[in-house]
Write a protein of this length. Structure first.
Length: 81
């Protein structure tokens, strides 16, 4: 079952309220997405830790309703909206 892009954004924003989230449907099939997440909660975390945090926010949907998510994360700083 495909997962809606707005649902993915909602789940991420619930865990990272300050985040800037940009999600793209890569194949138009509701199964293959790319997401960029920028949050101050990533401060001091490695990329692997940041990605795990985002995957955890998806509440087990990764690999089930959500087939593929190419993920980019970045620490939010004063110059980022």
């Amino acid at each position: 079952m495909a997962m809606d892009l707005k649902e993915i954004e909602k789940l991420i924003k619930m865990e990272f309220p300050d985040a800037s989230v940009d999600i793209q449907d890569l194949a138009g099939d509701g199964n293959h997405y790319s997401a960029t997440v920028i949050s101050s909660q990533f401060k001091g975390k490695t990329k692997i830790e940041q990605h795990k945090m985002v995957y955890n926010s998806l509440q087990g949907k990764m690999g089930n309703e959500l087939h593929a998510l190419a993920l980019r994360t970045k620490e939010k700083d004063g110059s980022t909206n």
